[in-house]
Write a protein that binds this ligand. Sequence first.
Ligand code: ATP
Length: 271
Amino acid sequence: NSTFQYCDQLVADFERVIQTPIVGKSSVYYTGVDLGTAYIVLAVLDENYKPVAGAYRFASVVKDGMVVDYIGAIRIVRELKQELEEKLGVELIYAAAALPPGTDSLDSGTIKHVVQGAGFEITNVLDEPTAANAVLKIQDGAIVDIGGGTTGIAILKEGKVLYVADEPTGGTHFSLVISGAYKMNFDDADQYKRDFKNHKELLPVLRPVIEKVSSIISRHVSENPVKEIYLVGGTCCLEGIEAIIAKKTNLPTYKPKNPMFVTPLGIALNC
Ligand code: ATP
């Protein structure tokens, strides 16, 4: 899909620099900090907004868009920052962060304080769908971000975010379903889910929870009609999820090659 050309290239470059950072002579570095329910991701861009390094860590410091372990969040962001600084041989100064849609009143500056507490100078706190759309560059449609804890929905008209919502169903619930069905503990179920080899087998097991996510999307788009849905967020890595959502919502549903790192890269682009 040519819609995703820029996105697919950027994410592929990012995945490469997570493995092998690009050590160069940029005059400035921009870091995007994504504090999620499942992962904390740092994405570093150079002066030309090209990815040069990245790191992520599984963490339980955020629930439903709220920082529940403030000290833990600061510690992990600081450790990831130091790890990247050592690899790049520079100090990372500037960072931006994002909030799930509609949670700014709950946050009251916490995310900003985490990023500052980790030693960054914060340049911007934006909402997640605006961040994602800096990478997707969609004019009209719904961006649906299915992360670990929640599903975020943003309606775009002429490139601007018009309506946002965030509801508590996400990949964590997918893993709970697998845990129940396969009698596995949560971590094993989550790991089993992340293996692409298992997706075909898992799709029928996960269909009810995907249909629940679809009904959440339908409810929001019924008030704000759109012609298309664009999927981002780690849970959308699940192969076949787009077909079930398309069928249930009756809307063409598209996703980039790797929906996982779209938001962190968009945050860095807005640094
Ligand atoms: P939130 O946005 O809810 O705060 P987050 O930012 O941590 O959470 P993401 O990083 O977008 O969310 O996605 C995390 C979820 O994606 C987890 O539930 C994880 O198990 C799931 N996930 C990651 N990779 C895969 C994969 N290959 N297949 C299926 N699910 C995956």
